[in-house]
Write a protein of this length. Sequence first.
Length: 218
Amino acid sequence: MSVVHRVWDAPIRLFHWAVVALVAALWVTQYENWMPQHLLCGYAMATLLLFRLVWGVVGSDTACFVSFVRGPLAALRHVAHLCRGAPDTHAGHNPAGGWMVVLMLALLGVQVGTGLCANDEIATQGPLANLVGSDTSDWLSHIHALNFWLIEAAIVVHVLAIVVHRALGHRLVWPMVTGRKELPETVPPPRMASPLLAAVALCAAAGVVTFVVVHFGQ
């Protein structure tokens, strides 16, 4: 017998879809050479990533890293269970999905970090470009371009994993929209953290990014 639990809080769902929109916006603004808008999207992404790191410690059970970051063997066991058609018993990210979250956050972190120090060799540079020097900025600009290819590859893997899970009867997208998921009645509902705490964390992250941009970008 199964029941429907609330498994994803609003901050995590908003973060997820905002990242999807920002990755698309960053690609478009770079492709069209809209550098002022590209920088603004980058600052927004930096804010979201800082928020996610904080929320991964103080947020809801399913948002906290300790709830889904497991060893490689746990991820392999999950894949094996998935192939055998076992039911979905994870309220949040499964062990394999947890590694994808870590990978994507790491890649986006590299993208933001290098972007803050990068330059386009014309008229636009990140707020930390002068701080690291011309040669280092040029090298980080190269890493910035290469790393986006890795992000695109990770997105493809992520989408394929969603398709495979759906084919096996596990719905991953809809719970990230509604926040609710059907689970065996033996699985307890996760604890949800306060939205006010999420707002404070987001404001703090925005404050840090604003300080870096204003203080070092002059």
